[in-house]
Design a protein around this ligand. Structure first.
Ligand code: 3PG
Length: 320
């Protein structure tokens, strides 16, 4: 029987990436079914029936989706993390879940610097900003994305610090960053960049106690998951500290009070995206999309070992 791979992306990949995914799928003699830019869950529920494999992005694959997906053997998130996949439901239905670690890393790193520069230059409003050279950036999680940001930071002449519970201090040092022994220790530096997955442990973990420790000009950069930050605490810190900045790839759930509190009409203290944009480059779409397609073909043709439930520990690190 010819296998069907469903590409289900509420936020579509670049057309070039879709063409490349399609050629990988066709070369294996499978069919690619596309559900791009879909509007609601019902569209997804209708499309999954009969699919043997799925490629998704931040699309939610929960028990209801898995229930309808009567042929599904494998779902691959073309990106980082598993927070949008119900891994327990996958396991009970015998569906393998994978992601594509590192494929989006450079795209996210460049977005981090884009936001930092816009903020440091006061969004080019005519006033004097500051330079990044000699400034300090601390990474919570030191996986592929954090390392890509660190590499750019070195180019900018910044000093890097990192904490990752899964990476020994000497390895962090070897990579040219200063190891920090606790999460709290990160918040002594001007920039803190989050690169942890969304888990029960990390959810809302970046709270007032941590944020209040940040020095003057303290800036939190969040290209991991918006839910990692305690929303009410962040709002309070932004409202009470006029020097504090929050740069976030995807807006907090309730953005209006944030805008009102900051009164930041030029977008220097509060920068956010409307849709998650970190991985939204032609290159990252190609990398992650093609990796996902290859992993699916590998799984069916060569029986690649299931890697689900490893939750991004592939290279021994946290990754957001
Ligand atoms: C990530 O790497 O953070 C995400 O997996 C990318 O999410 P997206 O594909 O929905 O943009």
């Amino acid at each position: 029987k010819q296998r069907t791979v469903l590409l289900a992306t509420e936020k579509a990949f670049a057309a070039g990436a879709v063409t490349k995914i399609e050629s990988v799928v066709k070369a294996a003699n499978y069919t690619l079914k596309k559900l791009e830019n879909y509007k609601g869950k019902d569209d997804l529920l209708a499309a999954v029936e009969g699919a043997d494999a799925m490629i998704i992005r931040s699309d939610i694959v929960d028990a209801a989706v898995l229930e309808k997906a009567n042929q599904l053997k494998i779902v691959v998130r073309a990106g980082a993390g598993y927070d949008n996949i119900d891994l327990k439901a996958c396991e009970s239905k015998g569906v393998v879940a994978m992601n594509t670690p590192g494929q989006n890393a450079n795209a996210v790193a460049e977005l981090v610097f884009g936001m930092m520069i816009v903020s440091a230059r006061n969004n080019f409003d005519g006033t004097s900003g500051f330079e990044l050279v000699n400034r300090e950036i601390a990474f919570y999680g030191f996986g592929a994305v954090a390392r890509a940001v660190h590499k750019l930071a070195q180019g900018f002449g910044m000093k890097s610090f990192a904490y990752d519970p899964y990476i020994p201090a000497d390895k962090i040092k070897e990579m040219g960053a200063e190891p920090v022994s606790s999460v709290a220790g990160l918040f002594e530096h001007q920039y803190v960049s989050l690169h942890v997955p969304l888990t029960d442990e990390t959810k809302a973990s970046i709270n007032k106690a941590l944020l209040s420790k940040m020095p003057k000009g303290g800036t939190l950069i969040n290209t991991a998951r918006v839910e990692v930050v305690h929303e009410a605490d962040m709002l309070e810190v932004l409202s009470t500290r006029s020097d504090f900045c929050y740069l976030c790839d995807v807006a907090p759930k309730d953005i209006e009070p944030f805008k009102a509190a900051v009164g930041d009409k030029f977008g220097k203290r509060l920068i956010f995206t409307k849709k998650k944009m970190g991985a939204q480059t032609a290159e990252a779409n190609d990398n992650a999309g093609v990796a996902a397609a290859n992993q699916i073909v590998g799984f069916f043709e060569k029986g690649f070992e299931a890697r689900h439930l490893e939750v991004s520990l592939a290279d021994g690190c946290l990754e957001g």
